[in-house]
Design a protein around this ligand. Sequence first.
Ligand code: M6R
Length: 615
Amino acid sequence: MCGVIGYVGRGASPAFFLNALRRLEYRGYDSAGIAMLTADGVVIQRAEGKLSQLERKLDNLPATAKVGIGHTRWATHGKPTENNAHPHRSGPIVLLHNGIIENYRQLKEMLVAKGYEFLSETDTEVAAHLLHDEYKNQTQGNPEERMRLALREVVKQLKGAFAFGILCLDTPEVLYAAKLGSPLVVGQAEGESFLASGITALVEHTRQFLVVEDHELVVLKSTGIEIEHFNGYAVSRPFSKVEWSVAMMEKGGYRHFMLKEIHEHPQAIAQTLNGRIQRDSGTINIADLGVEKLPLKSLSRLQIVACGTSFYAASLSKYFIESVTHLPVEVDLASEYRYRTSTVNAQTLVVAVSQSGETADTLQAIKSARAAGAQTLAIVNVPGSTIAHACHAESLTKAGPEIGVASTKAFAAQLTDLYLLGLALAQERQALSASELRGYVDELVKIPSLVERALGLSESIEKLANRYHQLSSLLFIGRGPQWPVALEGSLKLKELSYIHAEAYAAGELKHGPIALIDENMSVVCLAPRDAYYEKTLSNIEEIKARGGRILAIGQENDAQLAALADDYIGIPECSETILPFMTTVPLHLFAYWIAVRKGTDVDQPRNLAKSVTVE
Ligand code: M6R
């Protein structure tokens, strides 16, 4: 869950490394470091805390260097201290790492016995010493050849996951990398080569990227990039161009990335729909959706695996996909999926939903489903990501880069993509009539502008936050598709504001959680006028009868709901299909404004990272 960056070329400044790390800071932000290699040797600067701490030390680095590496850390082994920050050095080797070396204890014992002194508590330092040791053992060839051979020896001995960026003082114009299980991309521009954990770090400098695969070593020079398999044979793949721009990764005048990204819900939905629906024929373009090659007609069920917010988008889509396809849809937490007995077969479509396309739990779940014979589809937001590579087919959500650690616009884009998947299945299997399908297509087209109107609630929700930010606990309830929306609202609130929050299916309240209700408990009640409206109103009455405080989210001009509630948010009128897209907006805004009012770190909440690449 760390971010790594590497450069080799005409020359890069400390600011280059810092800026690239800033674009990766969402991956981890508890300590950071940069190493720059010049003719005078290597200079390493590291700091505990966020990148702003490292920034204070930039003057200690050389003004420019032809080779350098940088790291932003999310601690796994050893506290977030300067000593544990990467890079780590052993003799001429300077190395940084994203991943976990599972057998580091055995390797450490062996290296200590050989006389290596460990200065950190990290698993990574083992890799630095091991590489140094293997490099010393190589007797054939020039330093670069010896480094390649040594790296091949090292990767054979490591268990776990890694993406390494490596400098060697004996090869001052070469950068090395190795990858297994952790994400790594390389990019190329005129006279410059780069490596990074994600394309966001490099979009300013190049649009030509190549995703490094597992079991690959990379040798980067200013003149080009060579890839070889761990077994030593050369690998050749074309670079691809990404369309993301620098402006997409800036705050664009908003106070936080999160607020900007909430305001990008309409755009994320519109871009994800774009090209995939044909308005004149009222049909779904399955080729553009990326599902053309899947055996849509012969499937007998769907299983969706995902984590966190992506899991809630998937849970929500179940209601829609089942209703339009009549296929059974199961939704599993990816982190739990592998502990169940697999019952998938070639007629099962297993769908991995992930913004980052890197979440380790989701990756393992989809790999095991594929190995068990299922058809697999990745719904990811980051082009060329690891999960996409692991699946038979890829459907890209088009939310653009999401920088805020809390996922917002990606949720809207995932939901859109999953609705399109449902309709594509219904179309190909003729589960809907042509006019029913057209009806849904016409509905989807309306979503971006309706969501835009819902964003107009921001100011009133900001005021509301003043009445809720001091609470220590909140409940969220919803029925049917509004239950996953409630779950998403409670996750957003807890991760941003550190307020304890729980979400329940409204019908479950009476089975236990109602015991929590008294005059000190506030309940966010999702009660739009859908098929479950009357029943949800009864639940609200039950809460009120026990003294609970009600914040109701319903539709505009709902006098009945407004009268029951202590506070009331009315979203614009819309059809039942569109409702979940709409009710999510006030919940994202509610969590955002409470966090702002509490003064927490909105874009980088404590203990979290954007891509969770550990299991
Ligand atoms: O990149 P992914 O969609 O696979 O990430 C899944 C979760 O880690 C992510 O949604 C997480 O729960 C967010 N912090 C939610 O805001």
